[in-house]
Design a protein around this ligand. Structure first.
Ligand code: CA
Length: 765
């Protein structure tokens, strides 16, 4: 017994003698205890937040640690401490280490959730943020701007954090160089997991930005390496570099739309990065602007983006560019990069009257492009004589004007140790020098925090059968769970006296062979609110019970800001008699909402006093818009007082992708003649970036209007049958071409399956 005791005592003594002097752990349960612990902290101190929810916690973590004895702020158990409501954190001082904090269920009332400064003067140095999480901590006001992490000071490290689901405007992680204390900062940003970020539908959706145009002549010396960018789709700059001497190394960009953009600043090194587009739309690689940029040993697979979001983009500059415009590319070195099944290399991109300075003194060598088939891989927008092409390789002929510097050789593909497809010529594998172990979802971020997808797919839940009756559908919607299917089993009347809120992804469909009829007494049948998404299949809607007032609709978005994008799909549905009063729309959306897609197929619309949809509520003309992909396939529109579609993206901003319109096999008859139709058009497109309209018939309709501004929009109008000349009215300063138009019947309005388009003869009552 005596011996055991003495061993125990010895162990305790040993334990304490191993602790650095002054080391102390303080478990805190309240903000008062926290503040006291911060005040008393000495080098080596650790402050531990007790398990639980910390609501509206305004944490200032201030102090002076030492290199060998930092002051640490951590949590009792990782994943069991969350900062919610209006919480935020400021770090100021030296050798401070923050570890394990989770921010969710709220948003910061300030400009930055985690800020490496207390104020303009008191910044953080030699400090570290690791294993922290910011998850959907988004301001409910979509276009209210904030950042999640802002780096100031010098020598700070941000590693193994998890940032996911930023829904409002503002860069996710930003490195500021706004004072002398923050330039040449030597920050390291590594092994972080940048989780899915939805399309913002506006500039300001960058996932990472280093610098600003105003300080773009300063050196950052920031190193960004080994991070994983998972579906970072905020805007076309996944990363926006805006200062000198930044390094981006060994990062992985998984199915992220846009590019790593060297927007401002010189001497950037972009090396060993992996861009996995997997043929997702608008996925890009690297965009080169400014002087002395090096792009080497990068790899891309399945990148589909064009123009500013190509696999590899070299921009034209502006002669004597102001700070906020485009500096000429000079002394660029682009070498040893490998792209597999990627569609677009863009040279002198953005060439126009203003951007007339072509790249100079640059080299493009030893790059390899494996193509599935011959293609015009390289688009040349201006004079490329300032780029020396040497020893580049493809396996199919590419742009014929590139006569030297590209060899064509047979290639096959092989998988490397990371599972990436690399080209081979004979037995020789052509692979860029990548990191031994590339970043993955698993080896980045905080290991203890789930990276499971949060967005729930349509029809991933259970199916519930709903009988006809009064508010049976309302009750079923109220009791539904995300991803559920409500199946209407009767070819009878489903009446709504209450307005159901669609709060999560939900499918409402007819049972096989049934034609349920939906009637409603409120100003709309459904409201899609934040988080809601709706898919309708095989339903008939009749406006006869709607209130006798103006401004009814079938489907509305929230009137309030939605910081979550939504999807709306209408298939095999019929909409009739929306005419109890004027301005009765099918779909009515509001400002500060954004649809990833609005898809309408095989549906009919008849006797409607308002618009089918007016997606044009962002009227500030600053590049913000309301819907990305609008699809109209196999629909019949008859007797519509307003427009079938108004789609608007105003302003000169070039930071986004859409809107995209894809219209095929639709017929329009008697459209747009109501005196309240302010567009005086059947279809009104303003600033739409990709217009595809084909195989459709217009009979007795108002005009098809297209205002083409900014972004070199794609216009493919073909095989339209119009009953009058000059029905298509085009304005704006961008190029376009119109394909075949017919004035006598030439278009057969049949679907691709050969059946007559539209859902004919819906059963009523
Ligand atoms: Ca941007």
């Amino acid at each position: 017994m005596r011996n055991i005791l003495s061993i125990h005592t010895l162990l305790i003594l040993l334990f304490f003698s191993c602790q650095p002097q002054g080391e102390k752990q303080t478990l805190v349960h309240t903000l008062e205890e926290y503040n006291q612990a911060v005040n008393l902290a000495k080098p080596g101190s650790t402050i531990v937040l007790a398990n639980g929810v910390w609501k509206n916690a305004e944490l200032l973590f201030e102090g002076k640690g030492m290199a060998e004895a930092p002051i640490t702020l951590t949590v009792e158990e990782k994943g069991k401490v969350t900062l919610e409501g209006q919480s935020y954190l400021q770090i100021a001082g030296e050798y401070l280490h923050v570890d394990g904090l989770v921010f969710k269920n709220g948003y910061t009332p300030t400009n930055e959730v985690i800020s490496f400064r207390k104020n303009n003067k008191e910044l953080a140095y030699n400090s570290r943020l690791s294993e922290c999480v910011i998850d959907n901590y988004s301001n409910p006001e979509r276009h209210e701007q904030d950042s999640w992490v802002a780096l100031y000071g010098k020598n700070n490290r941000v590693d193994h954090n998890h940032f996911e689901g930023k829904g409002n405007r503002g860069v996710t992680l930003i490195v500021r160089l706004n004072t002398n204390e923050s330039i040449e900062n030597n920050h390291i940003i590594e092994a972080n997991y940048f989780g899915p970020r939805q399309n913002l539908g506006s500039n300001g959706g960058e996932t990472l930005r280093v610098g600003t145009s105003h300080y773009s002549m300063e050196k950052s010396n920031t190193l960004v390496q080994g991070n994983y960018f998972d579906r970072c789709d905020g805007e076309h700059e996944i990363i926006s570099n805006k200062c000198d001497q930044t390094t981006y190394k060994n990062n992985v960009f998984f199915e992220s739309i846009g590019t790593l953009t060297m927007r401002h600043g010189d001497e950037t090194l972009v090396e060993g990065n992996v861009f996995l587009g997997n043929r997702k739309r608008n996925t890009g690689g690297i965009r080169v602007i400014n002087g002395q940029q090096t792009v080497r040993n990068n790899y891309g697979y399945g990148l589909t983006g064009y123009r500013f979001r190509g696999a590899l983009v070299v921009m034209n500059g502006v002669p004597n560019s102001p700070l906020n415009r485009y500096f000429q590319v000079e002394d660029a070195i682009i070498e040893n990069n490998v792209f597999v099944d990627s569609d677009h290399v863009q040279l002198c991109a953005g060439s126009d009257v203003e951007r007339s300075a072509t790249p100079i003194n640059s080299t493009f060598k030893n790059n390899t492009f494996y193509l599935e088939k011959p293609s015009k891989l390289v688009t040349i927008y201006d004079d490329i004589s300032g780029i020396a092409f040497e020893n580049n390789l493809t396996n199919h002929p590419i742009n014929k004007t590139l006569t030297s510097g590209f060899e064509v050789e047979n290639m096959s593909l092989t998988k490397d140790k990371n599972g990436l497809l690399m080209p081979m010529t004979g037995e020789k594998v052509i692979a860029p020098a990548l990191a031994d172990e590339i970043p993955t979802k698993e080896n980045t971020g905080a290991a203890w925090y789930s990276k499971a997808d949060k967005r729930i797919a349509f029809e991933s839940g259970k199916t519930t059968t709903v009988a006809a009756g009064v508010n049976t559908l309302f009750d079923a919607i109220k009791n539904s769970q995300p991803g559920d299917i409500l199946e209407l089993k009767d070819s009878k009347r489903y009446e709504l006296t209450k307005l159901p809120l669609i709060q999560h992804p939900l499918t409402i469909q007819a049972s096989e062979g049934k034609t349920p009829l939906i009637l409603w007494e409120k100003k709309a049948a459904f409201d899609i609110v934040n988080g809601g998404e709706l898919r309708l299949k095989g339903l008939n809607f009749d406006g006869e019970n709607a209130p006798d007032g103006s401004g009814n609709a079938v489907i509305r978005t929230s009137k309030y800001s939605m910081n979550k994008n939504y999807s709306l799909r209408i298939e095999n549905c019929a909409f009739d008699n929306l005419d109890v009063n004027h301005s009765f729309d099918v779909i009515r959306i509001y400002k500060n909402t954004f649809a990833d897609e609005i898809h309408i197929s095989n549906s009919t619309f008849n006797n409607i006093t308002g618009h089918v949809m007016a997606l044009d509520k962002e009227t500030d003309d600053v590049g913000i818009y309301n819907a990305e992909f609008v699809t109209l396939h196999n629909n019949i529109f008859t007797n519509i007082g307003g427009a079938v579609l108004s789609l608007h993206r105003g302003g000169k901003d070039e930071s986004t992708f859409g809107p995209f319109l894809d219209m095929d096999h639709c017929t329009f008859e008697n459209i747009g003649f109501d005196s309240r139709n302010k567009y005086k058009a059947a279809i009104n497109l303003y600033g739409v970036q990709d217009i595809q309209m084909k195989n459709s018939i217009f009979k007795k309709t108002k005009k098809i209007q297209m205002h083409l501004v900014v972004g070199e929009p794609i216009v493919k109008v073909d095989h339209l049958q119009l009953d009058q000349k000059n029905l298509i009215k085009v304005s704006g300063d961008q190029k376009y071409s119109i394909g075949k138009l017919f004035t006598s019947p030439r278009v057969t309005p049949k679907g691709t399956d050969g059946k007559v388009i539209g859902r004919i003869n819906p059963t009523k009552k």
